[in-house]
Design a protein around this ligand. Structure first.
Ligand SMILES: Cc1cc2nc3c(=O)[nH]c(=O)nc-3n(C[C@H](O)[C@H](O)[C@H](O)COP(=O)(O)OP(=O)(O)OC[C@H]3O[C@@H](n4cnc5c(N)ncnc54)[C@H](O)[C@@H]3O)c2cc1C
Length: 364
């Protein structure tokens, strides 16, 4: 029986653990956890309005959004609740009507390959208020009914628990042994899966690798309303950096920042979060009545061309890595986790891994 170590239990590591639990492999998961991007994420799954021209990236993003349906069905078949995911829709706001029309045309051209988008409709403020009464400050928006929001930490906890594998909350170090196996914190493994997010360079650089992965800080704030049912309100995506993300039970998140050159700094920047709140008031004035419950800070992983990668680490047989998921990793992460499980089990991957070649980003 093959012994596998998974290092990192964010969205990638927890998904690969869940799918490997359906094999006969023995798996141990290591997760240090501080600054994990998945726990801090806003959780918006809505890739179809992206104007990025990187075709392989877009294929991954739209297929990643679709893949949630397979993951949900697999979990439901195992008798596991999936209320971490809800297709409550997304309302995109633009300052000019022609920008809205361009967006609608773009998403409509993608409907055939991505029916998950659902219905697309341009809504007036009065129409939008029927599903989200407290909205204000815009004339029209475009609603995509199939967009979803995900509770990242609830999803990873669900997957790890469903896997039944043990999770060691410790920082892992990787060493290659002379017989071709690997030592991780004193235990020996046949294969090691690096799902370390922005921390991938830390684990590979001591082994002589250069890794094109850089950290980017992101923070957002969670609010709570005791008099508002927010469960099925759409996510609001205005122009600029902030989004307003309603979750079930009166919880609303506002964020998130994209802060470069901050390294792995996890301190909350009150000025940035207060500024987000002021900007959110334009569209959702009631935010001033909410109780601030929690600030979340996480570190995203970026590659130079903003595309994730997946594959066997060149020169380290049996060691596989996924990283570089950037700001859309809750969208692409589950599919990449599934693909990682397929690579380790010697199966064909859902998308061609050669479109996300690891050797472009990791060099000896
Ligand atoms: C504020 C914010 C908002 C976001 N919003 C969205 C969104 O709306 N939609 C979307 O699609 N994406 C969003 N993202 C992006 C998404 O969250 C990430 O791309 C994704 O979660 C990355 O997942 P991951 O598994 O690769 O890494 P992570 O979730 O960062 O997990 C990596 C884990 O590995 C652990 N680790 C690393 N090295 C070691 C080691 N040596 N030993 C032990 N453990 C180790 C870390 O501690 C961490 O727990 C957002 C991100 C942030 C920060």
């Amino acid at each position: 029986m093959k012994k596998i170590a998974i290092i990192g239990a964010g969205i990638v590591g927890s998904t690969v653990a869940y799918y490997l639990s359906k094999s006969d492999m023995t798996v141990t998961i290591f997760d240090e956890g501080h600054g994990q991007a998945t726990k801090a994420a806003a959780g918006i799954i809505c890739p179809w309005f992206s104007r990025r021209r990187h075709k392989a990236w877009y294929r991954l993003a739209r297929s990643g959004a679709d893949f949630y349906q397979e993951l949900l069905s697999d979990l439901k078949n195992d008798g596991i609740a999936t209320d971490f995911y809800d297709q409550s829709g997304a309302l995109l706001l633009k300052s000019r009507p022609e920008y809205l029309e361009e967006l609608r045309e773009l998403a409509e051209s993608r409907l055939v390959e991505s029916p998950l988008i659902g219905s697309l409709s341009v809504q007036t403020l009065a129409e939008a208020q029927k599903s989200f009464p407290d909205l204000a400050g815009f004339d029209k928006g475009i609603l995509a009914s199939g967009a979803a929001r995900v509770e990242g930490s609830q999803l990873t906890e669900t997957l790890i628990e469903a896997s039944g594998f043990s999770l060691l909350k410790e920082k892992a170090e990787l060493k290659r042994l002379s017989d071709g196996t690997y030592d991780v914190n004193g235990q020996v493994f046949d294969s090691v899966l690096l799902a370390c997010g922005a921390w991938l360079p830390d684990i590979l650089e001591p082994l002589g690798y250069q890794v094109d992965v850089s950290p980017q800080k992101g923070q957002l704030r969670d609010y709570y309303f005791d008099d508002l049912e927010t469960g099925h309100n759409p996510v609001i995506i205005p122009e600029g950096e902030i989004d307003v993300i309603p979750f079930a039970g009166g919880k609303v998140s506002v964020g998130a920042s994209h802060e470069k050159n901050m390294g792995f700094d996890l301190t909350v920047n009150e000025r940035i979060l207060a500024d987000f709140e002021v900007r959110a008031q334009d569209f959702f004035p009631k935010i001033t009545e909410a109780i601030k419950t929690r600030d979340r800070v996480g570190i995203r992983a970026y590659t130079e061309d903003f595309c994730p990668f997946i594959g066997e680490v060149p020169g380290l047989k049996g060691v596989y890595a996924v990283s570089g998921l950037g700001s859309s990793g809750l969208t692409t992460g589950p599919l990449l986790g599934k693909m990682l499980s397929q690579l380790v089990m010697g199966q064909q991957t859902a998308l061609s891994a050669s479109d996300y070649l690891i050797s472009r980003y990791i060099k000896k």
